[in-house]
Design a protein around this ligand. Sequence first.
Ligand code: DGJ
Length: 335
Amino acid sequence: MQRHFHRTLPERLALLLLLVVTRISLAQDNVVHPGKPWLDDRGQPIEAHGGGIIKLKDTYFWFGEDRTQTNDPDKRYVACYSSADLVHWKFRKQVLKMSDPEHLGNWILERPKAFYNAKTKKFVMYLHLDGPGYKLARVAVAVSDRVDGDYIYVRSFRPLDQESRDIGQFIDDDGSAYLIFESRPTKGFFIAKLSDDYMSVEKQVAFVQAPLEGGALVHYKGLYYVVGSHLTGWKANPNVYASAKALGGPWIEFKDIAPPEANTYDSQSSMLIKVAGTQTTTVIYAGDRWTPKTLWDSRYVWMPLEIGGGQIKLPEPKPWTLDIKTGITTVLDPK
Ligand code: DGJ
């Protein structure tokens, strides 16, 4: 026997209200879930590994390695996403789709970082370009007139004539742009200023005698802080930090950012993102949780840092919220 459900008008209104409230609360869910799949506006996982972020007016742009499984295996890809709140990301496009630019064979393109040059009005992207066995150790430069591409390959070189593998990006409060790069033969990393047009790496600002990769920098309350990881390939290790009063150093002793046995909560440093809000300034640790056999499924571990007075602590990853206006972050269930 067929049953008929006749809802009364108040019942229908209540259901409608429930639907609207659920949709609003989903849309307003400002929660970052470290280590969980992070979906873009299309509902697809964000592909921006080993990434870099720049802010233009009120919009953040996140660039990173796009390791989508269906990508052409002969090409390498960089994707770009935009966001007003660092939590909800809109997929812009694959801003770089490149074929082997230097006939390297089994080639590698990692850790893209895009800079905006206000003088030339160009977007200049730095990438780690390498060949079989990571022996080439160069940076590549690609340029675009628009933030979201297409970026056109220009050339590759060894910055300051040094071997360069992992690169990091730093833009100081005065707008000056720097590249951090790991240099294995010299057992350390360089902090170097870009040229006026950003098309080359001009000047060594510091050489830090610590063999670290995944280098990330932030300028916070009068001090510079650098974070980096030890050289263990895709495997996580206890990342360390040091601080200095000036970029040129001296850099005061490296210490673990988290209990060493946690291996940086199974992640590797990539960026330190500063959010200067109306009430507080927050620094976010942004790391990659690499899964080398399924690189497209590598996750992001983002957490607000405890930072100040020359110290950094990365708290255990938990879901958290960010108010982009005030800069206030709240860790949910902090116990
Ligand atoms: C560690 C680096 O940080 C990554 O970008 C990548 O180059 C892997 N090593 C490769 O093993």
